[in-house]
Design a protein around this ligand. Sequence first.
Ligand code: URA
Length: 246
Amino acid sequence: MTEKRDSSAPHGRDDPFWNSVASFGLDDIFVLPEWISELKGDKATSTTGGEGGGILEELAALISRVGDCRACRLCEERNTIVFGGGNPSAGIVFIGEAPGANEDIQGEPFVGRAGKLLDKILAAIGLDRNSVYITNIVKCRPPGNRTPSRNEVAACWWILEEQIRIMKPGVIVTLGAPSSRTMTGSSDGIGKLRSSIHRYGDIPVIPTYHPAALLRTEALKRPVWEDMKMLRKLLDELGLPGNGKN
Ligand code: URA
């Protein structure tokens, strides 16, 4: 593989996303740096409120910048761009894979069966939709709920990157392999990534199984519970939720 990330990585040498892309085994660049820059609307950043803008205002400005995004082919069949839901000031961000059929219609993440299970998992550690923000690694539904491709993840990355920059969470929880790999920069499977705390910049990242996997495989409930206990402990140490920003 020809590794080109040093000179062309849009997010810099140590960026977990780019490391993760490199670890996929790509031998070519599929998103040009200037394209990312254009997608991010770098020139327009100053119009988002900057220092003085609140989280909600900045997120609203981000949504405007995304507009009717046509950056990848997922735009062809989607009904709604599903940005995320919950409390953007909570300090805790859960990141899933992609909207499914229900989410695509309703415009909210995790509203189907996996979402109902996620609600129960949150409740088990004293959280709910108002004490976390939930989003996905890609914002549009892949046809047939297939796993998003590398190109689709790459095309959508800047939106999540901006969401995290705006919300500045104290903790990130990744649900399933695509978001766990992207946020940790590792190509390991979720079975290996889970049960330890990784980092995205200086933000702790806790990977765990996707709730949809639990619906298929009951035996995964135990490891997810272990991961959630680890999350609860970390939240308590950090004084979250209710970290003073919300
Ligand atoms: N699965 C996900 O990963 N995200 C959703 O929003 C719904 C189901």
